[in-house]
Design a binder for this molecule. Structure first.
Ligand code: ATP
Ligand code: MG
Length: 333
Protein backbone atom coordinates (compact mmCIF):
# COMPACT_ATOMS: atom_id res chain seq x y z
CA UNK A 1 0.00 0.00 0.00
CA UNK A 2 1.82 3.06 -1.17
CA UNK A 3 -0.75 5.83 -1.12
CA UNK A 4 0.79 9.28 -1.13
CA UNK A 5 -2.41 11.19 -0.41
CA UNK A 6 -5.12 10.17 2.00
CA UNK A 7 -8.06 12.52 2.49
CA UNK A 8 -10.46 11.38 5.17
CA UNK A 9 -13.93 12.81 5.95
CA UNK A 10 -12.98 16.29 4.83
CA UNK A 11 -15.51 19.08 5.34
CA UNK A 12 -15.02 22.70 4.31
CA UNK A 13 -17.25 25.69 5.04
CA UNK A 14 -17.07 29.23 3.64
CA UNK A 15 -18.45 31.90 5.96
CA UNK A 16 -20.61 34.41 4.09
CA UNK A 17 -23.01 37.18 5.19
CA UNK A 18 -25.93 34.90 4.33
CA UNK A 19 -24.61 31.89 6.22
CA UNK A 20 -22.02 29.14 6.05
CA UNK A 21 -21.62 27.59 2.61
CA UNK A 22 -20.91 23.90 3.26
CA UNK A 23 -18.82 23.44 0.14
CA UNK A 24 -17.44 19.98 1.05
CA UNK A 25 -18.95 17.39 3.35
CA UNK A 26 -17.39 14.12 4.39
CA UNK A 27 -15.09 13.80 1.38
CA UNK A 28 -12.65 10.89 1.38
CA UNK A 29 -10.15 10.16 -1.34
CA UNK A 30 -6.86 8.37 -1.73
CA UNK A 31 -4.16 8.47 -4.33
CA UNK A 32 -1.31 6.11 -5.00
CA UNK A 33 2.07 6.94 -6.44
CA UNK A 34 1.86 7.45 -10.18
CA UNK A 35 -1.92 7.22 -10.22
CA UNK A 36 -4.16 9.68 -12.06
CA UNK A 37 -7.45 10.44 -10.36
CA UNK A 38 -10.17 12.50 -11.97
CA UNK A 39 -12.49 14.73 -9.96
CA UNK A 40 -15.65 15.47 -11.86
CA UNK A 41 -18.84 17.34 -11.05
CA UNK A 42 -21.07 20.19 -12.12
CA UNK A 43 -20.11 23.79 -11.49
CA UNK A 44 -20.23 24.53 -7.76
CA UNK A 45 -19.80 20.92 -6.69
CA UNK A 46 -16.61 21.76 -4.77
CA UNK A 47 -13.86 20.58 -7.11
CA UNK A 48 -11.65 23.64 -6.77
CA UNK A 49 -12.35 23.84 -3.04
CA UNK A 50 -11.02 20.30 -2.70
CA UNK A 51 -7.85 21.16 -4.62
CA UNK A 52 -7.28 24.35 -2.65
CA UNK A 53 -7.78 22.68 0.71
CA UNK A 54 -5.06 20.14 -0.09
CA UNK A 55 -2.53 22.95 -0.11
CA UNK A 56 -4.15 25.16 2.51
CA UNK A 57 -4.84 27.67 -0.23
CA UNK A 58 -8.50 28.22 0.71
CA UNK A 59 -9.84 31.76 0.62
CA UNK A 60 -9.74 33.55 3.97
CA UNK A 61 -13.41 32.88 4.65
CA UNK A 62 -12.96 29.16 3.98
CA UNK A 63 -12.16 26.69 6.71
CA UNK A 64 -11.66 22.98 7.11
CA UNK A 65 -14.21 22.05 9.78
CA UNK A 66 -13.57 18.34 9.89
CA UNK A 67 -11.35 15.59 8.58
CA UNK A 68 -7.74 14.95 7.80
CA UNK A 69 -5.43 15.37 4.81
CA UNK A 70 -2.36 13.21 4.90
CA UNK A 71 0.39 13.58 2.36
CA UNK A 72 2.90 10.77 2.68
CA UNK A 73 1.65 9.96 6.17
CA UNK A 74 1.91 13.52 7.42
CA UNK A 75 -1.05 15.66 8.36
CA UNK A 76 -0.93 18.75 6.13
CA UNK A 77 -3.07 20.79 8.47
CA UNK A 78 -0.53 20.62 11.26
CA UNK A 79 2.59 21.36 9.25
CA UNK A 80 4.75 24.27 10.39
CA UNK A 81 4.64 27.19 7.96
CA UNK A 82 8.13 26.58 6.59
CA UNK A 83 7.34 22.98 5.77
CA UNK A 84 4.07 23.93 4.17
CA UNK A 85 5.93 26.40 1.93
CA UNK A 86 8.32 23.67 0.98
CA UNK A 87 5.48 21.29 0.19
CA UNK A 88 3.79 23.79 -2.11
CA UNK A 89 5.32 23.71 -5.55
CA UNK A 90 8.11 21.35 -4.64
CA UNK A 91 6.16 18.22 -3.65
CA UNK A 92 2.64 19.20 -4.61
CA UNK A 93 2.22 21.44 -7.63
CA UNK A 94 -1.06 23.11 -8.39
CA UNK A 95 -2.19 24.63 -11.67
CA UNK A 96 -5.19 26.73 -10.67
CA UNK A 97 -8.38 27.05 -12.65
CA UNK A 98 -7.77 30.53 -14.02
CA UNK A 99 -4.40 30.68 -15.81
CA UNK A 100 -4.56 34.46 -16.10
CA UNK A 101 -4.14 34.90 -12.39
CA UNK A 102 -1.13 32.62 -12.19
CA UNK A 103 1.12 34.12 -14.84
CA UNK A 104 2.85 37.41 -14.22
CA UNK A 105 2.01 39.63 -17.24
CA UNK A 106 5.17 41.69 -16.95
CA UNK A 107 7.70 38.86 -16.93
CA UNK A 108 8.61 36.62 -19.86
CA UNK A 109 7.48 33.07 -19.27
CA UNK A 110 10.95 31.50 -19.23
CA UNK A 111 11.99 33.82 -16.45
CA UNK A 112 8.91 32.86 -14.43
CA UNK A 113 9.78 29.20 -14.71
CA UNK A 114 13.45 29.76 -13.81
CA UNK A 115 12.33 31.78 -10.82
CA UNK A 116 10.15 28.93 -9.59
CA UNK A 117 13.09 26.55 -9.88
CA UNK A 118 15.42 28.89 -8.00
CA UNK A 119 12.81 29.42 -5.30
CA UNK A 120 12.74 25.74 -4.47
CA UNK A 121 16.21 24.54 -5.27
CA UNK A 122 19.74 25.57 -4.67
CA UNK A 123 20.86 26.02 -8.26
CA UNK A 124 22.80 28.65 -10.22
CA UNK A 125 21.00 30.96 -12.66
CA UNK A 126 22.61 29.07 -15.51
CA UNK A 127 21.39 25.70 -14.21
CA UNK A 128 17.89 27.08 -13.66
CA UNK A 129 17.82 28.38 -17.25
CA UNK A 130 18.93 25.05 -18.66
CA UNK A 131 16.29 23.22 -16.65
CA UNK A 132 13.71 25.74 -17.82
CA UNK A 133 14.52 25.13 -21.50
CA UNK A 134 14.47 21.40 -20.87
CA UNK A 135 11.05 21.48 -19.24
CA UNK A 136 9.63 23.72 -21.99
CA UNK A 137 10.76 21.04 -24.41
CA UNK A 138 9.03 18.38 -22.30
CA UNK A 139 5.71 20.19 -22.56
CA UNK A 140 6.26 20.52 -26.33
CA UNK A 141 6.23 24.27 -26.45
CA UNK A 142 8.11 24.34 -29.78
CA UNK A 143 11.37 26.32 -29.97
CA UNK A 144 11.86 26.68 -26.21
CA UNK A 145 14.58 29.30 -26.56
CA UNK A 146 12.38 31.59 -28.61
CA UNK A 147 9.20 31.06 -26.60
CA UNK A 148 10.90 31.44 -23.23
CA UNK A 149 11.39 35.10 -24.11
CA UNK A 150 7.68 35.66 -24.82
CA UNK A 151 5.36 37.46 -22.43
CA UNK A 152 2.13 35.66 -21.42
CA UNK A 153 -0.11 37.85 -23.62
CA UNK A 154 1.97 36.91 -26.66
CA UNK A 155 1.03 33.24 -26.24
CA UNK A 156 -2.19 31.44 -27.13
CA UNK A 157 -4.40 29.88 -24.43
CA UNK A 158 -3.02 26.44 -25.18
CA UNK A 159 0.57 27.67 -24.97
CA UNK A 160 -0.16 29.43 -21.68
CA UNK A 161 -1.57 26.18 -20.29
CA UNK A 162 1.63 24.41 -21.39
CA UNK A 163 3.72 27.05 -19.64
CA UNK A 164 1.73 26.55 -16.44
CA UNK A 165 2.16 22.81 -16.63
CA UNK A 166 5.88 23.35 -17.25
CA UNK A 167 6.08 25.58 -14.21
CA UNK A 168 4.27 22.98 -12.14
CA UNK A 169 6.58 20.21 -13.33
CA UNK A 170 9.77 22.21 -12.95
CA UNK A 171 10.51 20.90 -9.46
CA UNK A 172 9.53 17.28 -10.12
CA UNK A 173 6.51 17.24 -7.82
CA UNK A 174 5.16 13.96 -6.48
CA UNK A 175 1.62 15.18 -6.88
CA UNK A 176 0.34 17.43 -9.66
CA UNK A 177 -3.09 19.02 -9.37
CA UNK A 178 -4.59 20.31 -12.61
CA UNK A 179 -7.79 22.33 -12.20
CA UNK A 180 -9.75 22.38 -15.48
CA UNK A 181 -6.64 22.33 -17.70
CA UNK A 182 -8.63 22.26 -20.94
CA UNK A 183 -11.50 24.59 -20.17
CA UNK A 184 -11.75 27.58 -22.47
CA UNK A 185 -9.56 26.00 -25.14
CA UNK A 186 -10.81 25.04 -28.57
CA UNK A 187 -11.39 21.35 -29.24
CA UNK A 188 -8.13 20.75 -31.13
CA UNK A 189 -6.05 22.45 -28.44
CA UNK A 190 -7.92 20.53 -25.75
CA UNK A 191 -7.01 17.27 -27.42
CA UNK A 192 -3.34 18.32 -27.60
CA UNK A 193 -3.24 19.23 -23.91
CA UNK A 194 -4.81 15.87 -23.05
CA UNK A 195 -2.17 14.13 -25.15
CA UNK A 196 0.47 16.02 -23.23
CA UNK A 197 -1.01 14.95 -19.88
CA UNK A 198 -1.07 11.38 -21.12
CA UNK A 199 2.62 11.63 -22.09
CA UNK A 200 3.56 13.10 -18.73
CA UNK A 201 1.71 10.32 -17.02
CA UNK A 202 3.70 7.76 -18.95
CA UNK A 203 7.11 9.33 -18.52
CA UNK A 204 6.97 10.76 -14.99
CA UNK A 205 6.06 9.02 -11.78
CA UNK A 206 3.93 11.93 -10.66
CA UNK A 207 0.48 11.25 -9.24
CA UNK A 208 -2.09 13.51 -10.87
CA UNK A 209 -5.39 14.93 -9.72
CA UNK A 210 -7.26 16.07 -12.80
CA UNK A 211 -10.26 18.30 -12.18
CA UNK A 212 -12.83 18.67 -14.91
CA UNK A 213 -16.56 18.94 -15.51
CA UNK A 214 -16.12 16.82 -18.62
CA UNK A 215 -16.40 13.04 -18.23
CA UNK A 216 -14.89 12.35 -21.62
CA UNK A 217 -11.66 13.99 -20.42
CA UNK A 218 -11.64 11.57 -17.49
CA UNK A 219 -12.23 8.58 -19.76
CA UNK A 220 -9.15 9.44 -21.78
CA UNK A 221 -6.67 10.12 -19.02
CA UNK A 222 -7.58 8.77 -15.59
CA UNK A 223 -7.19 5.51 -13.70
CA UNK A 224 -9.79 6.29 -11.07
CA UNK A 225 -12.54 8.85 -10.75
CA UNK A 226 -14.34 10.63 -7.95
CA UNK A 227 -17.79 12.00 -8.76
CA UNK A 228 -18.67 15.06 -6.67
CA UNK A 229 -22.12 16.52 -6.31
CA UNK A 230 -22.96 19.55 -4.16
CA UNK A 231 -19.90 18.92 -1.98
CA UNK A 232 -20.28 15.18 -1.49
CA UNK A 233 -18.64 12.20 -3.14
CA UNK A 234 -21.46 10.39 -4.90
CA UNK A 235 -19.38 7.60 -6.36
CA UNK A 236 -15.77 6.61 -6.83
CA UNK A 237 -13.78 3.78 -8.33
CA UNK A 238 -11.77 2.71 -11.36
CA UNK A 239 -12.72 4.57 -14.54
CA UNK A 240 -13.75 1.39 -16.35
CA UNK A 241 -16.05 0.40 -13.47
CA UNK A 242 -17.68 3.81 -13.22
CA UNK A 243 -18.25 4.03 -16.98
CA UNK A 244 -19.42 0.46 -17.52
CA UNK A 245 -21.23 -0.16 -14.29
CA UNK A 246 -22.25 3.17 -12.70
CA UNK A 247 -23.88 2.54 -9.33
CA UNK A 248 -25.28 5.96 -8.65
CA UNK A 249 -28.16 7.73 -10.42
CA UNK A 250 -26.17 10.96 -10.49
CA UNK A 251 -23.27 9.31 -12.32
CA UNK A 252 -25.72 7.65 -14.69
CA UNK A 253 -27.27 11.04 -15.38
CA UNK A 254 -23.88 12.58 -16.11
CA UNK A 255 -22.95 9.73 -18.43
CA UNK A 256 -26.26 10.00 -20.24
CA UNK A 257 -25.58 13.70 -20.75
CA UNK A 258 -22.33 13.19 -22.68
CA UNK A 259 -23.07 14.17 -26.26
CA UNK A 260 -22.08 11.50 -28.72
CA UNK A 261 -22.21 13.09 -32.11
CA UNK A 262 -21.79 9.84 -33.97
CA UNK A 263 -24.96 8.39 -32.54
CA UNK A 264 -26.69 11.72 -32.77
CA UNK A 265 -27.43 11.96 -29.08
CA UNK A 266 -28.41 15.35 -27.83
CA UNK A 267 -26.90 16.80 -24.69
CA UNK A 268 -29.40 15.85 -22.05
CA UNK A 269 -28.53 17.62 -18.82
CA UNK A 270 -29.94 16.37 -15.54
CA UNK A 271 -32.99 18.51 -14.71
CA UNK A 272 -32.83 20.78 -11.67
CA UNK A 273 -29.92 22.52 -10.00
CA UNK A 274 -27.51 22.12 -7.11
CA UNK A 275 -29.23 22.79 -3.76
CA UNK A 276 -28.49 25.75 -1.51
CA UNK A 277 -25.32 24.80 0.35
CA UNK A 278 -26.10 27.04 3.31
CA UNK A 279 -29.02 24.81 4.28
CA UNK A 280 -28.21 21.15 3.99
CA UNK A 281 -31.15 18.96 4.92
CA UNK A 282 -31.18 15.35 6.00
CA UNK A 283 -31.11 12.51 3.53
CA UNK A 284 -29.55 12.26 0.11
CA UNK A 285 -28.30 15.52 -1.34
CA UNK A 286 -29.36 14.42 -4.84
CA UNK A 287 -32.83 13.12 -3.87
CA UNK A 288 -34.71 16.15 -5.26
CA UNK A 289 -33.33 15.51 -8.74
CA UNK A 290 -33.17 11.75 -8.64
CA UNK A 291 -35.58 9.54 -10.55
CA UNK A 292 -34.86 6.58 -8.25
CA UNK A 293 -35.50 8.43 -5.01
CA UNK A 294 -38.07 7.14 -2.59
CA UNK A 295 -39.35 8.52 0.66
CA UNK A 296 -36.59 7.12 2.82
CA UNK A 297 -33.96 8.80 0.61
CA UNK A 298 -34.97 12.13 2.11
CA UNK A 299 -34.19 11.33 5.70
CA UNK A 300 -31.33 10.15 7.85
CA UNK A 301 -27.68 9.94 6.97
CA UNK A 302 -26.69 8.46 3.64
CA UNK A 303 -23.54 6.44 4.05
CA UNK A 304 -21.01 5.24 1.53
CA UNK A 305 -21.66 1.69 0.38
CA UNK A 306 -19.23 -0.70 -1.23
CA UNK A 307 -20.26 -1.86 -4.68
CA UNK A 308 -17.18 -3.98 -5.28
CA UNK A 309 -14.56 -4.48 -2.62
CA UNK A 310 -12.00 -5.85 -5.06
CA UNK A 311 -11.89 -2.65 -7.10
CA UNK A 312 -12.79 -0.34 -4.23
CA UNK A 313 -15.87 0.88 -6.09
CA UNK A 314 -18.05 2.91 -3.70
CA UNK A 315 -21.32 4.75 -3.97
CA UNK A 316 -23.35 7.01 -1.72
CA UNK A 317 -26.84 5.84 -2.60
CA UNK A 318 -29.51 3.67 -0.98
CA UNK A 319 -30.99 2.70 -4.35
CA UNK A 320 -27.78 1.70 -6.06
CA UNK A 321 -28.79 -1.88 -6.80
CA UNK A 322 -32.02 -0.62 -8.43
CA UNK A 323 -29.94 1.87 -10.40
CA UNK A 324 -27.57 -0.83 -11.63
CA UNK A 325 -30.48 -3.06 -12.63
CA UNK A 326 -32.29 -0.44 -14.67
CA UNK A 327 -29.81 2.33 -15.44
CA UNK A 328 -30.68 5.75 -16.81
CA UNK A 329 -30.14 5.70 -20.56
CA UNK A 330 -29.45 8.68 -22.77
CA UNK A 331 -32.34 10.04 -24.82
CA UNK A 332 -31.71 9.19 -28.42
CA UNK A 333 -33.60 11.44 -30.74
P1 ATP B 1 -16.55 25.22 -11.11
O1 ATP B 1 -16.78 24.01 -11.97
O2 ATP B 1 -17.47 26.33 -11.46
O3 ATP B 1 -15.12 25.63 -11.06
P2 ATP B 1 -16.23 23.96 -8.50
O4 ATP B 1 -16.74 22.57 -8.54
O5 ATP B 1 -14.78 24.18 -8.62
O6 ATP B 1 -17.02 24.80 -9.61
P3 ATP B 1 -16.02 25.49 -6.07
O7 ATP B 1 -15.40 26.66 -6.72
O8 ATP B 1 -15.14 24.62 -5.24
O9 ATP B 1 -16.78 24.59 -7.15
O10 ATP B 1 -17.23 26.01 -5.19
C1 ATP B 1 -17.99 25.17 -4.34
C2 ATP B 1 -19.03 26.01 -3.62
O11 ATP B 1 -18.38 26.90 -2.72
C3 ATP B 1 -19.88 26.88 -4.54
O12 ATP B 1 -21.17 26.94 -4.01
C4 ATP B 1 -19.20 28.24 -4.45
O13 ATP B 1 -20.13 29.28 -4.68
C5 ATP B 1 -18.72 28.25 -3.01
N1 ATP B 1 -17.54 29.09 -2.80
C6 ATP B 1 -16.30 28.94 -3.36
N2 ATP B 1 -15.45 29.87 -2.89
C7 ATP B 1 -16.15 30.63 -2.01
C8 ATP B 1 -15.84 31.75 -1.18
N3 ATP B 1 -14.60 32.27 -1.15
N4 ATP B 1 -16.81 32.24 -0.42
C9 ATP B 1 -18.06 31.73 -0.42
N5 ATP B 1 -18.42 30.68 -1.16
C10 ATP B 1 -17.49 30.12 -1.94
MG1 MG C 1 -13.58 25.12 -9.96
Amino acid sequence: WNSILEVDSLSVTYETPTGGVQALRDVSLSLETGETVGIVGESGSGKSTLALSLLQYLDDNGQVTNGSIQFKDREIQNLPKVELQNLRGKQIAHVPQDPNTSLNPSLCVGEQISETIREHEDVTNQEARERMHEILKTVRIGDPEYNAERYPHELSGGMQQRVLIAMALSCNPELLILDEPTTGLDVTTQAKILDLIQELKDSFDTAIILITHDLSVIAETCDRVTILYAGEVMEQGPVTEIFNNPANPYTQGLLAAIPRVKEDRKLNPIPGKIPDLTEISDGCIFAERCEFSERDCKSGEITTEVVDERTNHQTRCRRWSDAIEDPIEPDIE
